[in-house]
Design a protein around this ligand. Sequence first.
Ligand SMILES: Cc1ncc(COP(=O)(O)O)c(C=O)c1O
Length: 448
Amino acid sequence: MSKEKLPKSWIDKELRQMISDLVEKFYVEVHKPDETFLPGKTTITHGGRVFDAEEMKMLMESCLDFWLTEGRFTKKFQEGLAQYLGLPFAIPTNSGSSANLLALSALTSPKLGDKRLVKGDEVITVACSFPTTVNPIVQNGLVPVFMDVDVESGNILADQIESALSKKTKAICLAHSLGNPFDLDTVVALCKKHGLFLVEDCCDALGSTYDGKFVGTFGDLATFSFYPPHHITMGEGGAVVTKDAALKKIVESFRNWGRDCWCDPGRDNTCGKRFGWQFGDLPEGYDHKFVFTHIGYNLKLTDMQAAIGVAQLKKLPGFVEKRKKNWKALSEGLKKYENFFHLPKPSPKSDPSWFGFSLAVREGSPFTRNDITQFLEDNQIRTRLHFSGNLIRHPAYKDIEYRVHGNLENTDFVTRNAFWIGVYPGMTSEMIDYVLATFDTFLKRKAT
Ligand SMILES: Cc1ncc(COP(=O)(O)O)c(C=O)c1O
């Protein structure tokens, strides 16, 4: 058969297979990790991409589709994520920060009637956090109420929340700190009792469970990040999840420029009356595609990102197990140094899918946080601080409107003394042993 006569579908299939085989070969030759571990030379990162040829082949598939915007891979990813969590809706976004912005913005929607959050309403959160857990509160003209955290769980002092509520408090927005679930029994009960919305920032907690249920399934809305150190990655990426159909539609509207229309990219007239609506002061029958019911953004992801996510989702259960195993090995190995460090404790009723292993140097220890982090870094073990520490000590927050409930003593303690190291699935037991041996060396020098 001459080339001209071959059906396009045949060429497509054949060439895709050839390209896929080449990508596999490319992965093996170029990206396959060298398993050799050289203590003190091989960098042990705090987290990073763990992938093989499957992710690269999926990415290539989506490139060859050249659909580019949300398409078949996005659909597959969102269904897969929702199914994993046991929720009806997952809305992919271009980052975890965008997911948080969408979750908070959704709560301000006029479509929620009297329940909507309006300028000046308060949202309970913690000052010891990642900035973009809090930023959407500020960006929406709402007032963060900063509360203190427990040093060893990293989470809000939940028994103090009720006394922090005022007439203006309308929501609680908290992250599960480094994967460790916050006290969901108390928080959910308070939300029910006082009619508050709950946003769970699960960016660091995909796969963590509380009382046998995944985090992200307790709140009105929950968010995830798929930036490389997170539990799965697509480079940049995130998602909002919810069980509430109305909130899902609102989140999608904010994500898709604020428009009222819910057609997928490249589709028209999903509502069946594209030219049959009347909104605001617009002329009767104004094209529904261009009716805007929210002050929105464009925070969608591309189908290439989603394609990587589809391959990563398949690996998620294994990743979660590896994180737990690595965390346990560090926890057991460092227990003997509890005199020097506050070590992390899983919250009661929880089984965390840890993001990292956090340590806080105790008051009176013969070394500082910077002594130990510098030593670990010098020995090729990467460290990270507890994100912002006390957020309101940062220049960007100098002039924002906020309220502090109680004091932020523990938050300041964490800011001065805490750090974390990796547990990500790319860490081998050889690496864990080396990390523990490095702590031994440091403590032998400092503590004798
Ligand atoms: C708790 C938390 N929330 C939100 C984010 C933001 O996610 P992204 O980097 O995807 O914007 C992060 C990032 O690591 C995070 O740790």
